[in-house]
Design a protein around this ligand. Structure first.
Ligand code: HEM
Ligand code: HEM
Length: 265
């Protein structure tokens, strides 16, 4: 199989696994956004959506496996793309050395395309999408460790986890200033990457014909950041009183998280 066929297959795997995972991420993030209106509404959404995503078939396959497959296929495509760009650049270098004036002109024009693409709105928005993919890749593992794997290892009943677990981290003495940007960045990247990814996957599969005007996704990114910031302020209890009856439990869970990460629990 040549590299182009491999890349095409990986692209399809990336799209299908992304779409499968978006059945979770859309519910998850949509539920959190309700915290801008009311904390208890967002908490109710968490409990309601859990019926779907913590189902014994859905959680390992639709959430877990599709996430791993999506990240794997995405990173494999990044490697192929980087190799192709390197190859193209070295071919251009070789062409340059051959040195006919006409060739030089063509090479310079081609270089413009490879090295300095005119950043149209559509290209910038694709770059944002790729960047949000890297942000999610960097953060989602720690997030799942904290919110799902540690409770599974330590608690007899994980259904007691609610959004006050997040509120607790946003009120922790010295780490709170880190948790605000962490959750806002994680959530904004999640909304943008999921929405853009769904549109891109459906268009590639020819299941969606309507084109999105360039610039629309830049607005969507700014709106995502705004509404996610409001939601995190809502979860922190800035707009209403949010008591944390299980604060000592959340404190203990946070303490044992590094042990779970090191495989000692
Ligand atoms: C806005 C920031 C976010 C907050 C406050 C948040 C909060 C939570 C909470 C409380 C849980 C535990 C859920 C439960 O026990 O039912 C959880 C689980 C999880 N979150 Fe998030 N989350 C956020 C963003 C994200 C993003 C952007 C993603 C990825 C796109 C993500 C992926 C996950 C996954 C995969 C789980 C484990 C689900 C399971 O297997 O049951 N979260 N999150
Ligand atoms: C925590 C969740 C996710 C992570 C960690 C993640 C990660 C990534 C990464 C690293 C890339 C590669 C970026 C690049 O090519 O440079 C990517 C691309 C992509 N993702 Fe995701 N993703 C997630 C969720 C989703 C969801 C829910 C969808 C919805 C369909 C999706 C659809 C896509 C698509 C279509 C691409 C290809 C973009 C392109 O052609 O450049 N992803 N993702």
């Amino acid at each position: 199989m040549d590299l182009r066929t491999v890349d095409r297959t990986l692209a399809r795997v990336q799209q299908v696994s992304g779409l499968a995972f978006s059945s979770f991420s859309a519910l998850h993030l949509g539920g959190h956004l309700l915290a801008s209106f009311s904390f208890s509404l967002a908490d109710t959404a968490l409990f309601a959506s859990r019926v779907f995503y913590q189902n014994p078939v859905v959680e390992p396959l639709v959430v877990g496996a599709s996430l791993v497959v999506h990240i794997g296929s995405s990173l494999a495509r990044v490697v192929i793309r980087t190799r192709n760009i390197k190859k193209l650049n070295s071919r251009l270098e070789k062409d340059k050395l051959e040195n006919s004036a006409e060739k030089m002109e063509r090479t310079n024009a081609a270089e413009e395309v490879v090295k300095k693409p005119a950043q149209t709105a559509a290209q910038r928005e694709l770059q944002f999408h790729r960047l949000s993919g890297y942000v999610l890749t960097a953060l989602v593992g720690v997030h799942v460790l904290a919110t799902r794997i540690t409770p599974l290892k330590v608690l007899p009943d994980t259904s007691i986890i609610d959004l006050t677990f997040v509120t607790h981290s946003l009120r922790a003495d010295w780490t709170a200033p880190l948790f605000y940007p962490y959750y806002i960045i994680l959530g904004t990247a999640g909304i943008y990457h999921t929405a853009f990814g769904i549109q891109q996957a459906l268009s590639s599969m020819k299941l969606m014909r309507k084109r999105v005007n360039p610039g629309t996704w830049t607005t969507a990114l700014l709106v995502s950041a705004g509404i996610m910031t409001l939601a995190i302020l809502g979860i922190a209890g800035i707009f209403e009183d949010v008591p944390i009856p299980l604060a000592s439990k959340w404190h203990d869970l946070t303490e044992v998280m590094p042990l779970v990460a090191m495989g000692k629990l």
